[in-house]
Design a protein around this ligand. Structure first.
Ligand SMILES: NC(=O)c1ccc[n+]([C@@H]2O[C@H](COP(=O)([O-])OP(=O)(O)OC[C@H]3O[C@@H](n4cnc5c(N)ncnc54)[C@H](OP(=O)(O)O)[C@@H]3O)[C@@H](O)[C@H]2O)c1
Length: 276
């Protein structure tokens, strides 16, 4: 397997199109547009996050944009991902609306949220969004190996990211290997199992051994494999805790013990149960 290219400080991952993606981002799924989302993103930016993950379907792009402006950070210092809502028809037209809501000229990454209606129909529109300068990089989400192959066969510009559910419990080894082989960065969504995995006994044991929290161990397990993570929290102390993952390492044994928690059988699939 090709080794993912991560900077020496472990904070940035090179994408196949030459861009760089911060290994840690704040996810804001299920955070309502408004003060709660603005606060979470403001805190994250204050605490050193430089990557925000939103989506057209989340309805909170305005808040992400507002927090970015209020932070006073230069636009180019923050990596913004949004996702094409595939119930719509035209990825380029929808990207334009996202830019208006976010209040930015381009997003850093624009991905097809899920392969609704098949993996390839939206791709020409994604490429158009990139050509028009609406998105620096384009990719997909919730695509399994077969779906990635189909979109790549149809592509002039290949997807550089596949954002999927990934954690020790959802260790999609075959999907990860196929992504690395074809120059696609697998990005982990729900790295804490939407909160469920932080209370697992086996994770707690590793956490105790290394003197870290369960959330930090789950996140470190991903980034130590070159997999970027986008944990969600609306609590300042947890947002801070989730960022303290660059100053310790898990041993090979810890990594293997966590990997043994996999419930997917090392699958090449993106999800066990599709919601579309
Ligand atoms: N592409 C897709 O289809 C897709 C699907 C799902 C998710 N995503 C993205 O991935 C992001 C993360 O996934 P997720 O939202 O499913 O969940 P997650 O990040 O795996 O877990 C978030 C949950 O864990 C809690 N939590 C966060 N930090 C914690 C800590 N240090 N200790 C204990 N609990 C903690 C949060 O609670 P509080 O907020 O109350 O602190 C929240 O309930 C999403 O927000 C979204 O951006 C993408």
């Amino acid at each position: 397997m090709a080794t993912p290219s991560v900077t020496a400080d472990g904070r940035l991952r090179a994408l196949a199109d030459g861009s760089q993606m911060p290994m840690l981002g704040l996810g804001i799924w299920q955070v309502p547009n408004g003060p709660e989302a603005v606060r979470a993103v403001r805190w994250a930016l204050e605490l050193g996050y430089r990557h925000i993950d939103t989506a057209q379907a989340y309805g909170n792009e305005e808040s992400a944009g507002q927090a970015l402006r209020e932070s006073g950070l230069p636009r180019e210092e923050v990596f913004i991902t949004t996702k094409f809502y595939p119930a719509r028809k035209d990825p380029a037209a929808e990207a334009e609306q996202s830019l208006r809501r976010l209040g930015v000229d381009e997003v850093d990454l624009y991905i097809v949220h899920w392969p609704k209606g098949g993996p390839s129909w939206a791709w020409a529109g994604m490429e158009r969004a990139r050509e028009l300068g609406y998105a620096r990089s384009i990719g997909v989400s919730n695509f399994d190996v077969g779906e990635l192959e189909l979109v790549m066969a149809a592509a002039s510009v290949a997807p550089v990211v596949d954002q999927v559910q990934f954690s020790p419990f959802e260790h999609r080894r075959a999907l990860l290997a196929a992504c690395e082989q074809s120059g696609v960065a697998l990005e982990a969504y729900s790295p804490l199992g939407t909160g469920r995995h932080v209370s697992h006994e086996a994770v707690a044991r590793v956490a105790e051994r290394v003197g870290r929290t369960a959330a930090q161990v789950l996140l470190r397990w991903c980034i130590q494999q070159g997999v970027p993570v986008i944990p969600k929290s609306t609590h300042r102390e947890r947002i801070e805790e989730n960022a303290q993952i660059f100053d310790f390492a898990l041993s090979d044994e810890d990594m293997a013990q966590l990997a043994a928690l996999d419930r997917t059988g090392g699958t090449d699939r993106a999800l066990e149960r599709k919601w579309w």
